[in-house]
Design a protein around this ligand. Structure first.
Ligand code: PLP
Length: 348
């Protein structure tokens, strides 16, 4: 039995499949997808490819695998990938770019997770036998660690120009591209157009239990299918999971706007409290990053204080916590969360 009093703001990955989603999953028509026989997986891949304006897609178990398949399929050992300092690919994927693809990582500082085109241009290695080859630019939209921030489309397009001029592959970690699309009212295909490969997740704000898709042209996706097999990610009757994804796209995409409003209200309330500071400009979607003043308490103490009242968040740095809104928290629960935070923050 789920604890009805629990308010879980640790991540948008904690959602439970709804009764409607579970019913759809139970009724999914399935086949062996490794043999190309699962019509529901094929339908999901075609649906998402169409939404993002890409030729093809492959359904994979996780966002991590999706990103890493792209890097492995494109990069050669010793090549260098350019990405932003806080990106998921480097910070939260267990060292996979080095361990699997043998890539060098060149971290670049951005503003709220967004890299300037000049920063990319200034950090491409010269063609010289002494240097690693810069081959891939990987962007993240929305940016998780910066607080769900959105990449401005013009910035993406300017980065793409630099990448094209220098023959670099453009990869997008779009785990939460859905949130950017809904918040900025920019179509998914417009965002995706600047990239050679795009990864999107169904298991974050959309509320599906499992699954991501990697998209690109047909040749790339053929390579990606082979790499998925190599990584042990070929799934058999995965239409059960794909059906959840189709259900999520139909029912849970536009409602992300509710999560964004909840996050903004929560952040506004928290920012008014003594000892808590939030960069309100970073609260563009469903993630709230809050700094706790050292003289109030540490982030771990803050997290523990909330847990005692059955409110859950993540401490992500000594003085920093993260709270994420999603389809399993209502506006009323966010209001309740704010009251709990107020009490915890006024204790010292
Ligand atoms: C930006 C971003 N990329 C990739 C991932 C990886 O997804 P998964 O947990 O499905 O491996 C996450 C997970 O939270 C994420 O936030």
């Amino acid at each position: 039995m789920l604890d009805q009093n629990r308010i879980d703001l640790r991540s948008d990955t904690v959602t439970q499949p709804s009764p409607g989603m579970r019913r759809a999953m139970a009724e999914a028509i399935v086949g062996d997808d490794v043999l190309g026989d699962d019509p529901t997986v094929t339908k999901l891949e075609a649906t998402v490819a169409n939404l993002l304006g890409k030729e093809a897609a492959v359904f994979v178990p996780s966002g991590t695998m999706s990103n890493q398949i792209a890097l492995y399929a494109i990069g050669q050992r010793g090549d260098e990938i350019l990405c932003e300092t806080g990106c998921h690919i480097v910070n939260y994927e267990a060292g996979a770019p080095a361990a699997l693809a043998g890539l060098m990582i060149h971290l670049l500082d951005g503003k709220r997770g967004v890299l300037a085109p000049e920063t990319i241009a200034n950090n491409i290695r010269p063609i010289d036998i002494h240097c690693p080859k810069t081959t891939i630019v990987a962007l993240e939209n929305t940016n998780n660690r910066a607080g769900g921030t959105i990449y401005p489309l013009e910035t993406i397009q300017a980065i793409e120009k630099v990448a094209r001029d220098n023959n670099l592959w453009m990869h997008l970690d779009g785990a939460r591209l859905w949130n950017a699309h809904v918040a900025a009212n920019i179509s998914l295909d417009k965002y995706a157009a600047s990239f050679d490969s795009v990864s999107v997740c169904l298991s974050k704000g959309l509320g599906a239990p499992v699954g991501s898709l990697l998209l690109g042209d047909a040749d790339f996706i053929q390579k990606a299918r082979r790499t998925r097999k190599l990584f042990g990610g070929g799934m058999r009757q995965s239409g059960v999971l794909a059906e959840a994804g189709l259900y999520a796209l139909e029912n849970n995409l536009l409602r992300l706007a509710v999560d964004h409003t909840n996050a903004k209200n929560l952040a506004t309330g928290m920012n008014r409290l003594d000892g808590i500071t939030i960069d309100m400009e970073s609260v563009e979607t469903n993630i709230v990053i809050a700094d706790i003043a050292p003289d109030l308490m540490t982030a771990d103490q803050f997290q523990t204080g909330l847990e005692k009242a059955n409110l859950h968040c993540f401490s992500i740095a000594p003085q920093r916590v993260r709270l994420v809104t999603h389809l399993d928290v209502t506006a009323e629960q966010c209001q309740k969360a704010l009251e709990i935070i107020q009490k915890v923050a006024s204790k010292n």
